[in-house]
Design a binder for this molecule. Sequence first.
Ligand code: SF4
Ligand code: SF4
Length: 121
Amino acid sequence: MPWMVGNILKNFCARPATRPYPSVLREPYPGTRGNLAFEAQNCVFCGECERACPSAAVFLDTRWETPEASEPTWYRVFDPYSCILCGACVEACAYEALFLGGRHYAPVSRKDLDYDRVESW
Ligand code: SF4
Ligand code: SF4
């Protein structure tokens, strides 16, 4: 047993071998495809992303929020569970409204679509 004392003391003073995830996140590597980000203020509702997507994960939709509304509300709809992060929509978007980011999606218990309101159209 006495021969273990050195190791025990060393381990008491050493930094932890693992990260305290999820409170401390690792910085993504350059070029990591973790999520598809959307800049709604740049979107012009052209539909090029919808046409380019091979898995129908992104599309445009309009909704009449109230019967009295003079025009519909415009949405870019995204299904993160169908998206394969291929980047085809990013290449197709000429308005820099879409880009691939390094952050992976958080775990969920329900698979809901993301509805992002497009204001500038
Ligand atoms: S995200 Fe880009 S490609 Fe898609 S509708 Fe908006 S402007 Fe067009
Ligand atoms: S990254 Fe690829 S799969 Fe995901 S929405 Fe864009 S085109 Fe579709």
